[in-house]
Ligand binder design. Structure first.
Ligand SMILES: Cc1cc2nc3c(=O)[nH]c(=O)nc-3n(C[C@H](O)[C@H](O)[C@H](O)COP(=O)(O)OP(=O)(O)OC[C@H]3O[C@@H](n4cnc5c(N)ncnc54)[C@H](O)[C@@H]3O)c2cc1C
Length: 384
Protein backbone atom coordinates (compact mmCIF):
# COMPACT_ATOMS: atom_id res chain seq x y z
CA UNK A 1 0.00 0.00 0.00
CA UNK A 2 1.49 3.36 -1.00
CA UNK A 3 1.45 6.26 1.40
CA UNK A 4 -0.51 9.47 1.04
CA UNK A 5 0.71 13.06 1.24
CA UNK A 6 -1.09 15.40 3.59
CA UNK A 7 -0.02 18.99 2.94
CA UNK A 8 -0.55 21.55 5.69
CA UNK A 9 -0.29 25.18 4.60
CA UNK A 10 0.83 27.60 7.32
CA UNK A 11 2.88 26.83 10.43
CA UNK A 12 1.01 29.01 12.92
CA UNK A 13 -1.14 27.71 15.77
CA UNK A 14 -3.55 25.71 13.58
CA UNK A 15 -1.08 24.40 10.99
CA UNK A 16 1.65 23.55 13.46
CA UNK A 17 -0.72 21.58 15.69
CA UNK A 18 -2.43 19.84 12.75
CA UNK A 19 0.93 18.73 11.32
CA UNK A 20 2.12 17.53 14.71
CA UNK A 21 -1.02 15.57 15.41
CA UNK A 22 -1.14 14.07 11.90
CA UNK A 23 2.45 12.90 12.26
CA UNK A 24 1.57 11.27 15.59
CA UNK A 25 -1.51 9.49 14.25
CA UNK A 26 -0.42 8.40 10.78
CA UNK A 27 1.87 5.49 9.89
CA UNK A 28 5.32 6.42 8.59
CA UNK A 29 4.40 5.53 4.99
CA UNK A 30 2.21 8.66 4.90
CA UNK A 31 3.99 11.96 4.40
CA UNK A 32 3.09 15.09 6.37
CA UNK A 33 4.32 18.21 4.59
CA UNK A 34 4.22 21.62 6.27
CA UNK A 35 4.70 24.71 4.08
CA UNK A 36 5.37 27.96 5.95
CA UNK A 37 6.68 31.28 4.65
CA UNK A 38 8.48 32.50 7.77
CA UNK A 39 11.44 30.94 9.52
CA UNK A 40 10.08 31.95 12.95
CA UNK A 41 6.49 32.04 14.12
CA UNK A 42 5.47 34.55 16.81
CA UNK A 43 2.94 33.26 19.35
CA UNK A 44 0.40 36.06 19.03
CA UNK A 45 -1.48 35.52 22.32
CA UNK A 46 1.78 36.73 23.95
CA UNK A 47 1.58 40.16 22.27
CA UNK A 48 -0.27 41.77 25.21
CA UNK A 49 2.64 40.58 27.38
CA UNK A 50 5.08 42.34 25.03
CA UNK A 51 3.08 45.54 25.53
CA UNK A 52 3.01 45.11 29.30
CA UNK A 53 6.78 44.49 29.40
CA UNK A 54 6.61 40.88 30.55
CA UNK A 55 8.06 39.59 27.27
CA UNK A 56 10.46 40.82 24.60
CA UNK A 57 9.60 40.09 20.94
CA UNK A 58 12.36 37.48 20.56
CA UNK A 59 11.03 35.53 23.54
CA UNK A 60 7.71 34.77 21.83
CA UNK A 61 9.16 33.49 18.55
CA UNK A 62 9.88 29.85 17.77
CA UNK A 63 11.56 28.27 14.71
CA UNK A 64 8.97 26.53 12.53
CA UNK A 65 11.57 24.00 11.33
CA UNK A 66 11.71 22.59 14.88
CA UNK A 67 8.80 20.32 13.94
CA UNK A 68 11.03 18.48 11.43
CA UNK A 69 12.54 16.48 14.30
CA UNK A 70 9.13 14.83 14.76
CA UNK A 71 9.19 13.58 11.17
CA UNK A 72 7.26 16.37 9.45
CA UNK A 73 8.74 17.54 6.12
CA UNK A 74 9.09 21.31 6.33
CA UNK A 75 9.32 23.55 3.28
CA UNK A 76 10.04 27.19 3.96
CA UNK A 77 8.33 28.97 1.07
CA UNK A 78 5.57 31.38 0.18
CA UNK A 79 2.40 29.61 -0.98
CA UNK A 80 1.29 31.51 -4.07
CA UNK A 81 -1.41 29.27 -5.54
CA UNK A 82 -3.70 26.41 -4.57
CA UNK A 83 -5.01 24.40 -7.51
CA UNK A 84 -7.87 22.20 -6.40
CA UNK A 85 -8.45 20.49 -9.76
CA UNK A 86 -4.85 19.22 -10.08
CA UNK A 87 -4.40 18.73 -6.30
CA UNK A 88 -1.26 20.84 -6.25
CA UNK A 89 0.08 23.78 -4.31
CA UNK A 90 2.58 26.24 -5.75
CA UNK A 91 5.13 27.42 -3.17
CA UNK A 92 8.46 29.14 -3.78
CA UNK A 93 8.04 28.42 -7.51
CA UNK A 94 7.72 24.64 -6.93
CA UNK A 95 4.67 22.44 -7.31
CA UNK A 96 3.72 20.16 -4.42
CA UNK A 97 1.17 17.36 -4.90
CA UNK A 98 -1.21 16.41 -2.13
CA UNK A 99 -3.85 13.78 -1.38
CA UNK A 100 -5.28 15.73 1.56
CA UNK A 101 -4.90 19.45 2.17
CA UNK A 102 -5.23 21.45 5.39
CA UNK A 103 -5.29 25.20 4.77
CA UNK A 104 -4.15 27.10 7.87
CA UNK A 105 -2.73 30.29 6.37
CA UNK A 106 -4.36 32.61 8.91
CA UNK A 107 -5.49 36.17 8.26
CA UNK A 108 -3.09 38.58 6.56
CA UNK A 109 -2.43 41.97 8.19
CA UNK A 110 -2.97 44.69 5.59
CA UNK A 111 -1.90 48.08 7.03
CA UNK A 112 -1.51 49.61 3.55
CA UNK A 113 -5.27 49.24 3.06
CA UNK A 114 -5.96 52.03 5.58
CA UNK A 115 -4.75 55.43 4.32
CA UNK A 116 -2.38 57.04 6.83
CA UNK A 117 -2.00 53.92 8.99
CA UNK A 118 1.63 53.15 8.18
CA UNK A 119 2.75 56.77 8.65
CA UNK A 120 0.98 57.38 11.93
CA UNK A 121 -0.11 54.24 13.80
CA UNK A 122 1.93 51.69 15.72
CA UNK A 123 0.87 48.26 14.46
CA UNK A 124 0.42 46.51 17.79
CA UNK A 125 -0.47 43.20 16.09
CA UNK A 126 3.25 42.63 15.44
CA UNK A 127 5.87 41.84 18.11
CA UNK A 128 8.02 44.85 17.19
CA UNK A 129 4.98 47.14 17.15
CA UNK A 130 3.86 45.99 20.59
CA UNK A 131 7.39 46.66 21.93
CA UNK A 132 7.50 50.14 20.36
CA UNK A 133 4.10 50.96 21.88
CA UNK A 134 5.33 49.77 25.29
CA UNK A 135 8.37 52.09 25.11
CA UNK A 136 6.24 55.05 23.97
CA UNK A 137 3.77 54.54 26.81
CA UNK A 138 6.55 54.28 29.37
CA UNK A 139 7.92 57.70 28.41
CA UNK A 140 4.70 59.51 27.51
CA UNK A 141 4.20 62.60 29.66
CA UNK A 142 0.61 63.24 28.61
CA UNK A 143 -1.73 63.48 25.61
CA UNK A 144 -4.28 61.34 23.80
CA UNK A 145 -3.79 57.60 23.33
CA UNK A 146 -6.13 56.06 20.76
CA UNK A 147 -6.61 52.30 20.41
CA UNK A 148 -8.05 52.03 16.92
CA UNK A 149 -9.69 49.06 15.18
CA UNK A 150 -9.35 49.87 11.47
CA UNK A 151 -11.90 47.46 10.13
CA UNK A 152 -13.79 44.20 10.76
CA UNK A 153 -13.03 41.33 10.90
CA UNK A 154 -9.86 41.14 12.97
CA UNK A 155 -8.34 38.31 14.96
CA UNK A 156 -8.85 37.93 18.69
CA UNK A 157 -11.90 40.00 19.65
CA UNK A 158 -10.38 40.68 23.08
CA UNK A 159 -7.05 42.08 21.85
CA UNK A 160 -7.91 45.80 21.33
CA UNK A 161 -9.48 45.92 24.79
CA UNK A 162 -6.48 44.17 26.35
CA UNK A 163 -4.23 46.79 24.74
CA UNK A 164 -6.39 49.60 26.15
CA UNK A 165 -6.39 48.09 29.66
CA UNK A 166 -2.63 47.53 29.59
CA UNK A 167 -1.98 51.06 28.26
CA UNK A 168 -4.08 52.42 31.12
CA UNK A 169 -2.11 50.35 33.66
CA UNK A 170 1.29 51.39 32.23
CA UNK A 171 0.34 55.07 32.32
CA UNK A 172 -0.76 54.78 35.94
CA UNK A 173 2.70 53.44 36.83
CA UNK A 174 4.40 56.68 35.74
CA UNK A 175 1.67 59.00 36.99
CA UNK A 176 1.09 60.18 33.39
CA UNK A 177 -2.45 58.83 33.39
CA UNK A 178 -3.91 62.02 34.94
CA UNK A 179 -2.61 63.96 31.91
CA UNK A 180 -3.47 61.29 29.31
CA UNK A 181 -6.77 60.16 27.86
CA UNK A 182 -7.16 56.58 26.61
CA UNK A 183 -9.91 55.88 24.07
CA UNK A 184 -10.99 52.89 22.01
CA UNK A 185 -12.44 53.53 18.54
CA UNK A 186 -14.10 50.59 16.81
CA UNK A 187 -16.74 49.84 14.15
CA UNK A 188 -18.25 47.33 16.60
CA UNK A 189 -21.48 48.26 18.43
CA UNK A 190 -20.15 46.75 21.68
CA UNK A 191 -16.81 45.25 22.76
CA UNK A 192 -16.33 41.70 21.50
CA UNK A 193 -19.80 41.46 19.87
CA UNK A 194 -19.07 38.02 18.43
CA UNK A 195 -19.14 36.68 21.99
CA UNK A 196 -22.67 37.99 22.62
CA UNK A 197 -24.12 41.11 24.32
CA UNK A 198 -23.54 40.00 27.95
CA UNK A 199 -19.76 39.94 27.44
CA UNK A 200 -19.93 43.22 25.51
CA UNK A 201 -21.67 45.02 28.38
CA UNK A 202 -19.29 43.48 30.94
CA UNK A 203 -16.21 44.71 29.04
CA UNK A 204 -17.80 48.14 28.49
CA UNK A 205 -18.23 48.42 32.29
CA UNK A 206 -14.60 47.45 32.84
CA UNK A 207 -13.52 50.19 30.41
CA UNK A 208 -15.75 52.76 32.11
CA UNK A 209 -14.43 51.80 35.57
CA UNK A 210 -10.93 52.73 34.35
CA UNK A 211 -12.10 55.92 32.61
CA UNK A 212 -11.18 54.52 29.19
CA UNK A 213 -13.37 56.16 26.54
CA UNK A 214 -15.31 53.75 24.35
CA UNK A 215 -16.45 54.92 20.90
CA UNK A 216 -18.52 52.20 19.21
CA UNK A 217 -19.79 52.30 15.61
CA UNK A 218 -16.86 54.46 14.52
CA UNK A 219 -15.63 53.18 11.16
CA UNK A 220 -12.21 54.65 10.40
CA UNK A 221 -11.90 56.08 6.90
CA UNK A 222 -8.33 57.39 7.06
CA UNK A 223 -5.74 58.85 9.40
CA UNK A 224 -4.54 62.40 8.81
CA UNK A 225 -0.99 62.48 10.23
CA UNK A 226 -0.38 66.15 9.38
CA UNK A 227 -3.25 67.28 11.63
CA UNK A 228 -3.11 64.28 13.99
CA UNK A 229 -6.71 63.34 13.38
CA UNK A 230 -8.64 60.12 12.96
CA UNK A 231 -11.24 60.61 10.22
CA UNK A 232 -14.37 58.48 10.38
CA UNK A 233 -16.80 57.50 7.65
CA UNK A 234 -19.70 59.40 9.25
CA UNK A 235 -17.76 62.67 8.88
CA UNK A 236 -16.71 62.92 12.54
CA UNK A 237 -13.09 63.02 13.65
CA UNK A 238 -10.92 62.74 16.76
CA UNK A 239 -7.50 64.03 17.76
CA UNK A 240 -4.67 61.73 18.82
CA UNK A 241 -1.07 61.83 19.97
CA UNK A 242 -0.32 58.10 19.95
CA UNK A 243 -2.20 55.40 18.01
CA UNK A 244 -2.10 51.76 19.03
CA UNK A 245 -3.47 50.49 15.72
CA UNK A 246 -5.16 47.26 14.71
CA UNK A 247 -4.62 47.16 10.93
CA UNK A 248 -7.15 45.88 8.39
CA UNK A 249 -7.06 42.10 7.87
CA UNK A 250 -7.68 40.14 4.68
CA UNK A 251 -7.46 36.59 3.41
CA UNK A 252 -4.02 35.58 2.05
CA UNK A 253 -3.82 36.05 -1.74
CA UNK A 254 -3.31 32.33 -2.43
CA UNK A 255 -6.61 31.70 -0.65
CA UNK A 256 -8.76 34.53 -1.98
CA UNK A 257 -7.69 33.63 -5.53
CA UNK A 258 -8.51 29.91 -5.25
CA UNK A 259 -11.81 28.18 -6.05
CA UNK A 260 -12.66 27.66 -2.38
CA UNK A 261 -12.84 31.33 -1.35
CA UNK A 262 -16.16 32.81 -0.29
CA UNK A 263 -17.28 36.43 -0.87
CA UNK A 264 -14.92 37.81 1.83
CA UNK A 265 -11.92 35.89 0.47
CA UNK A 266 -11.89 33.55 3.49
CA UNK A 267 -12.93 29.89 3.11
CA UNK A 268 -16.44 28.76 4.10
CA UNK A 269 -16.29 25.37 5.83
CA UNK A 270 -18.66 22.87 7.39
CA UNK A 271 -19.01 24.08 10.99
CA UNK A 272 -18.56 20.59 12.46
CA UNK A 273 -16.07 18.86 10.14
CA UNK A 274 -14.12 21.87 8.75
CA UNK A 275 -14.45 20.39 5.25
CA UNK A 276 -14.46 22.80 2.33
CA UNK A 277 -16.42 22.21 -0.86
CA UNK A 278 -13.52 20.15 -2.26
CA UNK A 279 -13.02 16.50 -1.27
CA UNK A 280 -10.16 15.99 1.17
CA UNK A 281 -9.55 19.73 1.60
CA UNK A 282 -10.03 21.37 5.01
CA UNK A 283 -9.60 24.94 6.26
CA UNK A 284 -8.95 25.72 9.92
CA UNK A 285 -8.26 28.71 12.14
CA UNK A 286 -8.39 32.32 11.01
CA UNK A 287 -8.59 31.48 7.30
CA UNK A 288 -11.87 29.59 7.78
CA UNK A 289 -15.25 31.30 7.75
CA UNK A 290 -18.02 29.82 9.93
CA UNK A 291 -21.43 31.49 10.18
CA UNK A 292 -23.19 31.46 13.58
CA UNK A 293 -26.88 31.31 14.51
CA UNK A 294 -27.02 35.07 15.22
CA UNK A 295 -25.77 35.94 11.72
CA UNK A 296 -22.24 36.77 12.92
CA UNK A 297 -19.10 34.71 12.29
CA UNK A 298 -17.01 32.57 14.61
CA UNK A 299 -14.26 34.86 15.97
CA UNK A 300 -10.75 34.36 14.68
CA UNK A 301 -8.94 32.96 17.72
CA UNK A 302 -6.15 30.54 18.50
CA UNK A 303 -8.34 28.50 20.82
CA UNK A 304 -10.49 27.52 17.83
CA UNK A 305 -7.50 26.98 15.51
CA UNK A 306 -6.20 24.56 18.15
CA UNK A 307 -9.33 22.44 18.54
CA UNK A 308 -10.04 22.52 14.80
CA UNK A 309 -6.51 21.23 14.11
CA UNK A 310 -7.16 18.26 16.39
CA UNK A 311 -10.52 17.55 14.74
CA UNK A 312 -9.16 17.65 11.19
CA UNK A 313 -6.08 15.56 11.96
CA UNK A 314 -8.23 12.96 13.66
CA UNK A 315 -10.73 12.84 10.77
CA UNK A 316 -7.98 12.41 8.16
CA UNK A 317 -6.32 9.69 10.25
CA UNK A 318 -9.65 7.88 10.62
CA UNK A 319 -10.32 8.04 6.90
CA UNK A 320 -6.88 6.73 5.98
CA UNK A 321 -7.27 3.88 8.45
CA UNK A 322 -10.63 2.92 6.94
CA UNK A 323 -12.61 4.09 9.99
CA UNK A 324 -15.61 6.36 9.80
CA UNK A 325 -14.47 9.85 10.96
CA UNK A 326 -16.23 10.67 14.21
CA UNK A 327 -14.60 13.73 15.77
CA UNK A 328 -16.35 17.10 15.27
CA UNK A 329 -15.72 20.71 16.26
CA UNK A 330 -18.41 21.73 18.77
CA UNK A 331 -17.86 25.52 18.84
CA UNK A 332 -16.72 25.71 22.45
CA UNK A 333 -13.89 27.99 23.48
CA UNK A 334 -12.49 30.27 26.14
CA UNK A 335 -10.17 33.23 26.44
CA UNK A 336 -8.42 35.38 29.00
CA UNK A 337 -8.82 39.15 28.98
CA UNK A 338 -5.61 40.72 30.28
CA UNK A 339 -6.39 43.86 32.30
CA UNK A 340 -2.90 45.03 33.32
CA UNK A 341 -1.68 45.40 36.91
CA UNK A 342 -1.71 41.64 37.43
CA UNK A 343 -5.44 41.16 36.84
CA UNK A 344 -7.40 39.44 34.07
CA UNK A 345 -10.91 38.34 33.18
CA UNK A 346 -11.92 35.00 31.68
CA UNK A 347 -14.73 34.17 29.26
CA UNK A 348 -15.87 30.67 28.36
CA UNK A 349 -18.76 29.18 26.46
CA UNK A 350 -20.29 27.67 23.37
CA UNK A 351 -20.39 29.67 20.15
CA UNK A 352 -22.74 27.18 18.49
CA UNK A 353 -25.71 28.02 20.75
CA UNK A 354 -29.12 27.73 19.04
CA UNK A 355 -29.71 31.48 18.96
CA UNK A 356 -26.08 32.62 19.08
CA UNK A 357 -23.00 32.41 21.32
CA UNK A 358 -23.61 31.42 24.94
CA UNK A 359 -20.52 32.82 26.62
CA UNK A 360 -20.09 33.86 30.24
CA UNK A 361 -17.52 36.28 31.67
CA UNK A 362 -16.07 35.34 35.06
CA UNK A 363 -15.39 38.06 37.62
CA UNK A 364 -12.01 39.71 37.04
CA UNK A 365 -9.22 38.76 39.41
CA UNK A 366 -5.55 38.04 40.00
CA UNK A 367 -6.06 34.29 39.56
CA UNK A 368 -7.09 34.69 35.90
CA UNK A 369 -3.91 36.64 35.21
CA UNK A 370 -1.93 33.81 36.81
CA UNK A 371 -3.93 31.45 34.58
CA UNK A 372 -2.97 33.40 31.44
CA UNK A 373 0.69 33.50 32.49
CA UNK A 374 0.64 29.72 33.05
CA UNK A 375 -1.17 29.12 29.72
CA UNK A 376 1.35 31.25 27.84
CA UNK A 377 4.34 29.67 29.61
CA UNK A 378 3.01 26.19 28.83
CA UNK A 379 2.64 27.05 25.15
CA UNK A 380 6.04 28.59 24.72
CA UNK A 381 7.87 25.91 26.68
CA UNK A 382 6.08 22.68 25.85
CA UNK A 383 3.64 22.98 22.94
CA UNK A 384 5.83 24.73 20.42
C1 LIG B 1 -2.65 40.62 19.88
C2 LIG B 1 -3.24 39.27 19.72
C3 LIG B 1 -3.61 38.55 20.84
C4 LIG B 1 -4.21 37.31 20.71
N1 LIG B 1 -4.59 36.62 21.83
C5 LIG B 1 -5.24 35.46 21.71
C6 LIG B 1 -5.66 34.74 22.87
O1 LIG B 1 -5.41 35.15 24.01
N2 LIG B 1 -6.35 33.58 22.69
C7 LIG B 1 -6.63 33.11 21.44
O2 LIG B 1 -7.28 32.07 21.34
N3 LIG B 1 -6.23 33.76 20.32
C8 LIG B 1 -5.54 34.91 20.43
N4 LIG B 1 -5.12 35.57 19.30
C9 LIG B 1 -5.50 35.07 17.97
C10 LIG B 1 -4.60 33.93 17.52
O3 LIG B 1 -3.24 34.28 17.58
C11 LIG B 1 -4.96 33.56 16.09
O4 LIG B 1 -6.34 33.40 15.99
C12 LIG B 1 -4.27 32.25 15.72
O5 LIG B 1 -2.88 32.48 15.63
C13 LIG B 1 -4.82 31.68 14.43
O6 LIG B 1 -4.10 30.54 14.08
P1 LIG B 1 -3.92 30.19 12.53
O7 LIG B 1 -3.10 28.96 12.50
O8 LIG B 1 -5.23 30.20 11.86
O9 LIG B 1 -3.11 31.43 11.94
P2 LIG B 1 -1.67 31.95 12.34
O10 LIG B 1 -1.29 31.50 13.70
O11 LIG B 1 -1.67 33.41 12.07
O12 LIG B 1 -0.71 31.21 11.32
C14 LIG B 1 -0.77 31.40 9.94
C15 LIG B 1 0.59 31.03 9.38
O13 LIG B 1 0.52 31.00 7.95
C16 LIG B 1 1.70 31.58 7.42
N5 LIG B 1 1.41 32.09 6.08
C17 LIG B 1 0.54 33.07 5.74
N6 LIG B 1 0.53 33.23 4.41
C18 LIG B 1 1.41 32.34 3.91
C19 LIG B 1 1.81 32.01 2.58
N7 LIG B 1 1.32 32.64 1.51
N8 LIG B 1 2.73 31.01 2.42
C20 LIG B 1 3.23 30.34 3.50
N9 LIG B 1 2.88 30.62 4.76
C21 LIG B 1 1.98 31.61 4.97
C22 LIG B 1 2.03 32.70 8.40
O14 LIG B 1 3.39 33.07 8.31
C23 LIG B 1 1.67 32.05 9.73
O15 LIG B 1 2.77 31.41 10.33
C24 LIG B 1 -4.44 36.78 19.41
C25 LIG B 1 -4.03 37.49 18.28
C26 LIG B 1 -3.43 38.71 18.43
C27 LIG B 1 -2.98 39.46 17.20
Amino acid sequence: MTGKTIAVLGGGIGGFLAARRLRKELPSRDRVLLIERDREHAFQPSLPFVLSGRRDPAAIERPVAGIAKLGVDVVQADVTAIDISSQTVLAGGEKHDYDYLVIALGAQLDPEAMPGFEESAINVFTPDGAAIARDELRTLKGGRVAVVVSRLPYKCPAAPYEFAFIADALLRKTDARSRTSVDVYTPEPLPMPTTGPAIGHAVASMLAARKIGFHPNTQLQRIDPANRRLKFEDGSDAEYDLILGIPPHRAPDAVSSCDLAGPTGFVPVDKATLETTADGVYAIGDVASIGLADGKFLPKAGVFAHSQADVVASRIADELAGRSPSRVFDGSGSCFLELGNGKAGYAKGNFYGESGPEVRMRREGYHWHIGKVAFEEYWLRFRW
